[in-house]
Design a protein around this ligand. Structure first.
Ligand code: ADP
Ligand code: ZN
Ligand code: ZN
Length: 711
C-alpha cells in the first residue's frame, strides 16, 4: 500500500539501520509535521542517537502506538527527490528474498556519506553537481533525439563496422528498448568477440532515447579501462560533467556520494559500477548490462548476501526494460534459463577481425621424467616455449592462482609447518618482506630463523606462489622483463593502473599473475598464456568448482592472441596431471556448450542448482560443538515446518576453512525443488532461528545465505 500522505496524526513509517535480523519487522513509526512522500530521506532519533532514515510505505491497517507516543522526525532532506517506487520495490524484494531486515538493507546500500550528512551539507553537495544538461524528454523516445550538446562537445568517434553477428545482437537489443515486456538477453560470445561493442551500441540507443544506462562489471580494477572506453565513445553525446560516473567501493565516500547523487538526480546518464551499483537510484533507467555475468564477484559475501546479477534481472523485469547478460562462459543458471526460453540467447561465435582463439595445449605432467615435474612448475618444455616467445619479442602471461612466495614453510627435521595458530590454514611465506601471513585472519609474523618447534635452521618453503614463480622465471630467463601483478603488488592506490600500462606499452615480456590479470583486460600483445598448476580446483568439495575452473581458464586463454595482426599462433599452455578431465578436454576444444551440457546433466542427476534451490545456514561459535548444536536444533525446527517432503536438510558440516581467527565455522545446507517453496520455508524458519539463537549462547553469529555460491 502506498501511503504518500500521512494520516491526520502525521504518523510516518521510517526505515532505519537496525542490527541484523532485529529489523525483520519492518519500519518504525515517527511523527512528522509535514507530509513526507515515501522514499524521502529524513533524520530521526533512535535510542540516544540521531540517524538517517528512509520514509517507507506504511503497512496497511496497522495498530501501532498512537501519535502521542511517537518521536518526531527531526529533519528532512528537502532538495532531494524521494527514492522512487521502483527503487523501493527493489530494496523490499532484496530484503525479503535474502532474508534481511528492510532497514538494514536499505541503509546499507545507500552511500555511507549520506548517514553523516546534515540536510545543509547535502544541499551543498547537490549544488556542486553541475546543472542538468538539456536532454530529450522521455516522451520523444520514438524519434531518437540528439542530445543538445554545448559548444565543448568533441566530435563523434569513428565507429567500427559491426560484424553480422554483432549487428544482429544490436538490432535485437535496440528493438527490446521499445518492447512492452522484454525478456533478458544472454549475450554468449567468446573472449574478444566484440561483446563490449554490442553493449556500447545498445547503450547509445538507450541514451538517445533519453534513458539512463547501468553497466555492471565484476571487478573494480576493470572499471577504469571500461570507463575510458565509454567516455571516449559518448563524450560527444554526454559532454556534461558527471554524465558518466562510476560507482564502487574503492571510491572515497565523497566521490561515491557524488556519483550516487548524479545518478539519482538524473544528471548521470550512464553508471558503471560493481555489484553495489545494482542499487543505484536511477529514475530514468532504461537498460542494464551485466558484463561477465558468470563472475562470482557479483555475489555479496557478507551482510545481505545478494546476487547483483540476479537482482539486476529482477529490477529490469520490474521496470520492463531490457537487460543483457554477457559472458564467454555463462553461469549454468543463466545458460539453463536460455535453454528453457526464459532468456533469449544472442551468439557471437567468432573473434572480431577473424583472430583465432589460442590453441590449447594440455601438457601432461606424467610424461615428464620421474621427479622433474614434482619439483618445479617451470618445466623445461614450458621454459623453452617462453624462451621462444621472448626471442620473437612477444608477450606471455604465466598464471598461478596463489599469491605469496610459498603456501607454507616446512621443517624437514620435525615436520613443523607454518600453520596459523588462529585458523585451520597455513600461513603463507612472503619472501619480499620476510613474513608469514595468514590470508584468512591477517595474522602476520616475521619468518623465524629456526624451526620454532625443534630449532633446526633449515626450514624451507613448500610449494609455490606467484612471488616464487617470478623469482624462478627471472633466474631461468635472465634477460626477460618480468612483472608480477597480484593483490600484493597492487596494494597501493594507482599501482595496478601503472602496472597494467607497462604491459599495454609493451615494456613487459612476461606477466606473472593471479586471476586478477586473467579477467577482462584487453591485452593486445600477449600471445602465450600458461596455467602452471590449475589442478587444485579439481578436488574441491564445491560442486561449482569445475564450472569456475573452466571459466577461469577460458578467461585466461582469452588474454592470448586478441590482436589478429600479432603474427605467430597464440597458445594456451595448461600443465596438468589430469589431462583427461572433462574440464580440460572441453577447454582444449573451446567447447563451452558441450561442457555446459555435461555439467547440467550431472547437476540434474544430483538435484543441484539450477535444478534445485539452496540456502546455507552458517553458524560461528567459539567451539565446534556449540555451532553444531545450534545447527542441529535448527534442523529440528525445520522438521516442524510444512512442506518437509519437498525439502532436504543436509547434516551440519564444517566450513571448508573450519576455523578463522579462533572462531569455529559450521554450515548446513537446505535444498528445495522450487524457489517459492524455499522462500516460504525460510520465512517461517527465520523467526525460529532468532529464538534458538537466544537459547544457544555459545553461538556468536549466524546467517542465512540464499542461493549460496561457495559451498
Ligand atoms: P569482448 O568484450 O567480447 O571481449 P570487445 O568488444 O572488447 O570484445 O572487442 C575486442 C576488440 O575488438 C576491441 O578492441 C574492440 O574495440 C574491437 N572491436 C569490436 N568490435 C569490432 C568491430 N566490429 N570491428 C572492429 N573492431 C572491433
Ligand atoms: Zn623442526
Ligand atoms: Zn589465521
Amino acid at each position: 500500500a502506498i501511503d504518500s500522505t500521512p494520516a491526520a496524526s502525521g504518523r510516518v513509517s521510517v526505515l532505519v539501520e537496525t542490527p541484523q535480523h532485529s529489523g525483520l519487522g519492518g519500519p518504525l513509526d515517527y511523527l512528522s509535521e509535514r507530509a513526507l512522500a515515501p522514499g524521502s530521506l529524513v533524520r530521526v532519533p533512535l535510542g540516544k542517537r540521531e540517524v538517517l532514515g528512509l520514509v517507507w510505505d506504511a503497512p496497511e491497517g496497522d495498530d501501532t502506538p498512537t501519535a502521542a507516543a511517537l518521536k518526531p522526525v527531526l529533519d528532512h532532506f528537502e532538495g532531494l527527490a524521494p527514492l522512487d517506487d521502483g527503487w523501493r520495490r527493489l530494496v523490499a524484494f532484496a530484503a525479503s528474498y535474502y532474508q534481511r531486515g528492510q532497514g538494514e538493507l536499505a541503509l546499507a546500500v545507500l552511500p555511507p556519506a549520506l548517514r553523516d550528512d546534515t540536510p545543509a551539507q547535502l544541499a551543498r553537495r547537490l549544488k556542486r553537481l553541475a546543472p542538468k544538461p538539456p536532454k530529450p524528454a522521455r516522451k520523444s523516445a520514438r524519434k531518437p533525439a540528439q542530445v543538445e550538446a554545448p559548444a565543448a562537445a568533441p566530435p563523434p568517434p569513428v565507429l567500427p563496422d559491426l560484424s553480422p553477428d554483432q549487428q544482429r545482437a544490436v538490432d535485437d537489443l535496440c528493438a527490446q528498448l521499445h518492447h512492452a515486456n522484454p525478456k533478458p538477453r544472454l549475450l554468449f560470445g567468446v573472449t574478444g568477440s566484440g561483446k563490449t561493442e554490442v553493449y556500447l551500441r545498445a547503450a547509445e540507443a538507450a541514451l538517445a532515447a533519453g534513458r539512463q544506462v547501468l553497466v555492471l562489471v565484476p571487478e573494480i580494477n576493470l572499471t577504469p579501462q571500461l570507463e575510458a572506453r565509454f567516455t571516449a565513445r559518448f563524450a560527444h553525446l554526454l559532454p556534461a560533467q558527471h554524465a558518466i560516473v562510476s560507482l564502487h567501493s574503492a571510491l572515497t565516500p565523497a566521490q561515491r556520494m557524488a556519483s550516487w547523487l548524479a545518478a539519482h538526480t538524473g544528471q548521470a546518464r550512464l553508471v558503471l559500477g560493481t555489484r553495489l551499483a545494482v542499487f543505484a537510484s536511477m529514475p530514468e533507467l532504461g537498460l542494464i548490462v551485466v558484463d561477465e555475468e558468470h563472475d562470482p564477484s557479483y555475489k555479496q559475501q557478507d551482510g545481505a548476501r545478494y546476487s547483483a546479477r540476479d537482482l539486476a534481472v529482477w529490477r529490469a523485469h520490474g521496470l520492463r526494460i531490457p537487460i543483457v547478460l554477457g559472458s564467454a562462459t555463462p553461469s549454468l543458471e543463466s545458460w539453463q534459463q536460455a535453454e528453457t526460453g526464459r532468456y533469449v540467447r544472442l551468439n557471437l561465435p567468432g573473434r572480431v577481425g577473424g583472430s583465432l582463439l589460442p590453441r590449447v595445449r594440455l601438457f601432461d605432467m606424467k610424461a615428464l621424467p620421474p621427479q622433474a615435474g614434482v619439483t618445479t612448475a617451470l618445466t623445461a618444455p614450458l621454459l623453452a616455449a617462453l624462451q621462444e616467445r621472448l626471442a620473437r619479442g612477444e608477450q606471455s602471461l604465466v598464471f598461478l592462482n596463489r599469491r605469496g612466495y610459498a603456501p607454507v614453510l616446512h621443517c624437514g627435521e620435525c615436520q613443523w609447518k607454518s600453520d596459523c595458530p588462529h585458523c585451520s590454514a597455513w600461513r603463507v611465506f612472503h619472501k619480499r618482506d620476510r613474513t608469514l601471513r595468514c590470508h584468512h585472519c591477517g595474522f602476520t609474523e616475521r619468518v623465524p630463523r629456526h624451526c620454532p618447534s625443534c630449532g633446526n635452521a633449515d626450514i624451507a618453503p613448500l610449494g609455490r606462489g606467484t612471488e616464487k614463480l617470478e623469482e624462478q622465471l627471472q633466474e631461468a630467463l635472465p634477460t626477460a622483463r618480468i612483472l608480477r601483478i597480484d593483490a600484493d603488488s597492487t596494494r597501493l592506490k594507482g599501482e595496478l593502473e601503472a602496472q597494467l600500462q607497462t604491459v599495454h606499452d609493451g615494456d613487459v615480456d612476461i606477466l606473472v599473475g593471479t586471476q586478477m590479470v586473467t579477467k577482462g583486460h584487453d591485452f593486445r600483445r600477449i600471445r602465450f598464456v600458461a596455467a602452471v598448476n590449475p589442478d587444485g580446483a579439481l578436488f574441491s568439495s564445491d560442486f561449482r568448482a569445475p564450472e569456475r575452473l573452466f571459466a577461469l581458464l577460458m578467461q585466461a586463454a582469452g588474454r592470448a592472441g586478441r590482436d589478429a595482426a600479432g603474427g605467430s599462433e597464440a597458445e594456451m599452455w595448461v600443465q596438468t596431471w589430469h589431462r583427461d578431465n572433462a574440464v580440460y578436454q572441453a577447454l582444449a576444444r573451446h567447447d563451452y556448450e558441450a561442457f555446459a551440457r555435461s555439467q547440467l546433466d550431472e547437476r540434474k542427476t544430483a538435484h543441484l542448482p539450477p535444478f534445485s534451490h539452496l540456502a546455507l545456514l552458517r553458524a560461528e561459535a567459539r567451539t565446534e560443538q556449540a555451532a553444531r548444536d545450534f545447527l542441529k536444533a535448527a534442523a529440528q525446527a525445520a522438521e516442524a515446518i510444512s512442506g518437509a517432503d519437498d525439502r532436504f536438510v543436509y547434516p551440519p558440516v564444517p566450513h571448508p576453512i573450519a576455523r578463522v581467527a579462533n572462531v569455529e565455522r559450521m554450515q548446513m545446507l537446505v535444498e528445495a525443488s522450487q524457489r517459492a517453496r524455499l522462500q516460504a520455508f525460510l520465512r517461517e524458519w527465520l523467526p525460529e532461528l532468532l529464538l534458538l539463537k537466544r537459547q544457544h549462547k555459545g553461538v556468536l553469529r549466524w546467517a542465512v545465505d540464499v542461493d549460496p555460491l561457495a559451498i
